[in-house]
Design a protein around this ligand. Structure first.
Ligand code: NAP
Length: 243
């Protein structure tokens, strides 16, 4: 049975991924930062369905907390076979209003976290000559989003990290890929008005917004044995918004 650690899995895309991987028969570790109740409720629900699931609290923007999280993962599951770097924050601001604090927080939660988590996960993956790393970028990391320069820069950085690490780990049986979601119905877009959402839908070739389950499906594929020849790729799950 493979073990998957999903960062930021208390809500949204991460929670859908935890559900999908539990249903697929994986041992699931749900990382969360502040939503303890949501993480515990999800864990209970999946356990009732017969899955082996754990919660691990850690702020993944902090290397000391990430180290402790992987120590716990080792104790609970003997290591992490599949790592999904999903935790993220967004912020909409004019470029000229972005403060040093905004910038540093955005980079540390969305990009440095993946560096810290990959660094802790890799020794186990290298030892067993198998691993799957899936980084959650964004279509804004591919094409740039106005009023989201710091977010776009962090998500573009994740694409660079993915491509370079995929090259370095190719011979180790470890694949490293990115999923780049389009607009997905989660708390992250709750600030958008219904008019904004309608406009985004109209801009999307499928005429719809995505669901967390759409992203979880792509993650399941990238974690499967069927994807062993796919590495260093960015898989857009965006209804055709970016082609
Ligand atoms: P969400 O509903 O806002 O959930 C964010 C998750 O990240 C929560 O579980 C949150 O945990 C966790 N998180 C935030 N900061 C963290 C930290 N420092 N340490 C650990 N966990 C942390 O967002 P979402 O829409 O599911 O987004 C998931 C990923 O998809 C993000 O990387 C996001 O950038 C990306 N994405 C989303 C969209 C979209 O339209 N929704 C589009 C493109 C990309 P707590 O609640 O426990 O703090």
């Amino acid at each position: 049975m493979r073990s998957v650690l999903i960062t930021g899995a208390s809500r949204g895309i991460g929670a859908a991924a935890a559900t999908a991987f539990a249903r697929a028969g994986c041992r699931v570790m749900i990382n969360y930062c502040s939503s303890t109740d949501k993480a515990e409720e999800l864990c209970d629900r999946l356990r009732k369905g017969g899955s082996e699931v754990y919660t691990i609290q850690a702020d993944v923007s902090r290397p000391d907390e990430v180290r402790k999280m992987f120590f716990q993962a080792e104790k609970l599951c003997g290591g992490t076979d599949i790592l999904i770097n999903n935790a993220g924050i967004a912020q909409t601001k004019l470029f000229t209003d972005i403060t040093d604090e905004d910038w540093n927080r955005m980079i540390s939660v969305n990009l440095s976290s993946a560096f810290y988590c990959c660094r802790e996960a890799l020794p186990h993956m290298i030892r067993q000559h198998f691993g799957r790393i899936i980084n959650v970028s964004s279509m804004w990391g591919q094409i740039g989003g106005s009023c989201e320069v710091h977010y776009s820069a962090a998500k573009a950085g994740l694409i660079g990290l993915t491509k370079a690490l995929a090259m370095e780990e190719g011979l180790s049986g470890i694949t490293v890929n990115c999923v780049a979601p389009g607009v997905i119905e989660t708390d992250m877009i709750s600030h958008l008005s219904s008019e904004d959402k309608k406009a985004l839908m109209e801009e999307t070739p499928t005429g719809s917004l995505g669901t967390p389950e759409d992203i979880a499906g792509a993650m399941l594929f990238l974690a499967s044995d069927s994807s062993s020849f796919i590495t260093g790729q960015v898989i857009g799950v965006n209804g055709g918004f970016v082609v």
